[in-house]
Write a protein that binds this ligand. Structure first.
Ligand code: ADP
Length: 763
């Protein structure tokens, strides 16, 4: 690791004339409490520019790979690196902006040991000098700057007493460089090859299970996150929410899961085309486990898909292609935003104020049969476009094929775009997406770390890929469980010889995200913060001198902005599936399970008093078998038998629809939840009529999934049978979610329920 790495990054850029207007706008955003995060720290008038790369010292890591071809490199996601580093990579650090306080002109750090430092995002000016290690310490801390949690004296005492936070980086893989930088900035202690005794924080490069022997501390991955964020599971999770809240979840393009929904997809497209011949929709096919654009292609005719229909090992998602994206310089681009899920219970979400914009390298044209295969025009993946001759590696944060998101916002703001609204919509998209994911994550969490069993707590940085449509509406493309945290990129310096060179844009964004994630996860910080009211906690974390373990040291203000629970009020009504999940978890029974057995399902029905003479336990068993078997066929990889959460949610929707027929689905579901929760609460209070013990007869009668007999049950709601009928009557495209619900309603094997206490129930 070179010493260059620990030098404070001095971003030298003059206030751009166009920036002044944006700064004003930014101030407005900060004031605004309605769903709008503070603007990106870097959307400050003192945007970093071309200067740093030019001024920093030899930005080279000598990595020589003999005869390395320029074939598609897997930078980032797959954590592969074929080159061997001989030196560490010198890079930039921190987000402190140095300027000549009087003139506002850029200053050369070397010639200005003592200088005015403007802390980005705070507007505060601090006088300081640069230490030889590159860190900046204040000489005369201004009075108004808070020092430590209580006061300066206390903080210094605490600092002396405190042991540094320990971080196990052994499994960090490609995040390592950014992580090391962050740890140094915080003056924490790194354990690069692990440690015998426990560490406070474990940083894994891939998954929660990178190291299975952790029983305390905090791990930067949640169990099940990778699984949940595979394209099919994400689609399913969002689709469930679309069923309940179609308006709120219309930020995700219509998607079909292949091969199981091929027929449905094909029928819907034909119908849509027949009803409007001018319609020429385009679709994008994405392999389920794919990343970095691998295996992605565009089609205009479902017939082109036939090759994979019926094949289980080619699971993929086919998605409506957004054909009118917002363009900058005639190029399509997407946004990578980093989101920290700090905790599931209570739900805590932070969004990085700065992100990346990744540009295509061929001017965009709306899809036509001729240009469908032009990946550099349609796909924004860095890993693809870097292979184009047009790719521009830039030292500037606001030009080239990869830029900061704030620089894009600048451009938009200068054209009169309401960037405050854009941010607000993006935050809303992020919160809603996380809310869609949380239910199943809780199931994974409980299976891996059952309550009462020693285990670590978890947090995770996610990479949200978002596309802005021409009308500025953000669209969710995907969420990455392991977003690349590399801060250097490979460059071919001469034929066959590659070097890793620092990438200022990546570093600007990623080091801040990792460092501030660590700051938020600091065990001492968490403890001391809990004594403050919530609204003050965030403010305190954003304090420019909140250096943990090193009070008085200048750390940039937080680049992570809390959005949940901050915006609980606006979003908590969406958390219906979590309530269904609470029921599911309650009846799961055996610790470590993720699937509900038939007995558990019966107990749920009985304890919630959902059966009666018109809805017998035998019918319940059949319902269980039908739904479980269908989900088993859709999830061919699953080894565990029984009813998973998604199947349980479907069963719950079905029960709700049966019972509260005249209501819209959402109200049906909420009404049934209220019935169930009230019953269980009564039992909790010892109401003798509430809890019905599982009787031995019913236990004997209960059926296991593996014992189902094909002839015994009907298949009332296969997507491919009942769903197309629904879809056929629809003149335009509709999401498969609707048929799924319709098919659930189509259960013919169950008898009708009697009216119950609600006025609007079925009768
Ligand atoms: P991967 O995980 O392979 O990167 P993505 O879902 O991110 O898969 O898709 C790759 C790229 O394809 C995106 O970065 C984006 O440029 C483009 N893309 C994906 N989905 C759509 C869509 N529905 N409409 C338009 N472009 C899309």
């Amino acid at each position: 690791m070179s010493d260059h790495y620990v030098k404070v990054k001095v971003q030298l850029e003059q206030m751009k004339s166009s920036g002044e207007g944006v700064e004003k706008e930014e101030a407005d955003i900060i004031k605004d409490e309605v769903l709008v995060a503070s603007p990106p720290a870097s959307v400050s008038p003192i945007l970093a520019s071309d200067t740093p790369a030019a001024q920093r010292e030899t930005p080279k890591t000598s990595v020589t790979c003999r005869n390395q071809s320029k074939s598609r490199s897997k930078l980032g996601k797959d954590e592969k690196n074929t080159c061997t580093k001989q030196d560490s990579v010198p890079a930039l650090q921190g987000t402190i902006v140095a300027s000549n306080a009087n003139s506002g002109k850029p200053v050369n750090r070397k010639n200005n040991e003592q200088q005015m430092l403007q802390i980005k995002g705070t507007g505060k000016i601090l006088q300081g000098k640069t230490e030889t290690n590159g860190n900046t310490v204040p000489i005369h801390p201004p009075e108004d700057i808070k020092v430590g949690p209580h006061n300066k004296e206390d903080a210094n005492k605490v600092a002396k007493r405190r042991k540094p936070v320990t971080v196990d980086t052994f499994k960090a893989k490609t995040s390592l460089e950014a992580l090391k930088l962050s740890i140094r900035q915080l003056k924490w202690k790194e354990f690069p090859v692990g440690r015998r005794s426990a560490c406070d924080i474990y940083w894994h490069g891939v998954s929660f299970h990178d190291n299975d022997n952790i029983i305390s501390g905090q791990v930067n991955k949640f169990p099940g996150m990778i699984e949940m964020l595979r394209k099919i599971n994400l689609t399913r999770a969002v689709r469930t929410m679309q069923e309940l809240f179609p308006e709120e979840y219309n930020f995700y393009p219509r998607s079909w899961i292949l091969p199981e929904e091929y027929q449905l997809f094909s029928t819907q497209i034909s119908l849509a085309k027949d009803s409007d011949v001018s319609q020429k929709p385009t679709f994008i096919i994405k392999p389920d486990g794919g990343s970095q654009g691998d295996g992605i292609y565009l089609i205009r005719d479902p017939g082109d898909l036939r090759v994979i229909a019926g094949s289980h090992n080619k699971q993929s998602v086919v998605q409506e292609y957004i054909h009118k994206p917002l363009l900058i310089d005639k190029l399509k681009f997407d946004i990578r935003l980093y989101v920290l899920v700090k905790s599931l219970e209570p739900l805590e979400i932070y969004i990085a104020k700065e992100g990346l914009s990744r540009f295509c390298t061929e001017p965009y044209q709306e899809p036509s049969q001729k240009n469908l295969s032009h990946v550099f025009m349609h796909l924004t993946n860095y890993s693809l476009n870097v292979q184009s001759g047009n790719f521009v590696h830039s030292d500037s944060l606001s030009s080239g094929s990869k830029r900061t998101f704030s620089s894009v916002l600048y451009r938009l703001a200068s054209k009169g775009v309401d960037i405050k609204k854009v941010w607000s919509d993006i935050i809303s998209l992020v919160i809603k997406t996380v809310i869609a994911l949380v239910p199943e994550l809780k199931v994974y969490y409980q299976a891996d770390i059952p309550p009462g069993k020693p285990g670590p707590t978890c947090f995770q940085i996610l990479g949200f890929d978002i596309l802005l449509m021409k009308n500025l509406k953000p669209v969710l493309l995907e969420v990455n469980a392991n977003p690349s945290m590399r801060i250097e990129h490979e460059q071919e310096v001469s034929p066959g010889v590659f070097e890793y060179v620092p990438s200022p844009v990546d570093e600007e964004v990623k080091v801040g995200v990792i460092r501030d994630t660590l700051r938020l996860m600091d065990p001492a910080q968490r403890k001391s913060l809990t004594s403050y009211p919530e609204h003050q906690q965030e403010e305190m974390l954003g304090s420019p001198v909140r250096g943990t373990g090193e009070e008085g040291r200048v750390l940039p203000s937080m680049c992570l902005k809390q959005v949940f629970p901050k915006y609980t009020k606006q979003f908590s009504y969406l958390r219906i599936v979590e309530r269904i999940t609470a029921l599911f978890l309650r009846f799961l029974g055996v610790k470590g399970n993720m699937r509900l057995g038939p007995t558990g399902f019966r107990t749920f029905i009985r304890n919630c008093k959902l059966s009666n003479s018109h809805f017998s336990m035998a019918t319940v068993d059949i319902l269980y078998i039908d739904i479980t078997r269908r989900w088993a066929s859709m999830l061919p990889d699953s080894r565990e038998a029984g009813m998973g959460l998604q199947a349980f949610v479907e069963a719950f929707f079905y029960l709700a629809q049966r019972r509260f027929k005249s209501l819209p689905l959402r109200e049906q579901v909420v009404s049934l939840l209220e019935v169930c929760e009230a019953q269980l609460e009564n039992q909790g209070r010892g109401d003798p009529g509430g809890a019905l013990p599982e009787d031995s007869t019913s236990t004997r009668r209960s059926v296991s999934c593996s014992r189902t007999q094909p002839g015994r049950t009907q298949h009332p709601h296969h997507m491919s049978t009942s769903a197309p009928g629904q879809a056929l009557s629809a003149p335009q495209l509709c999401s498969p979610a609707t048929p799924r619900r319709a098919s659930s309603q189509d259960y013919r094997l169950h008898q009708r329920l009697r009216p119950t206490h609600k006025g609007n129930v079925e009768n």
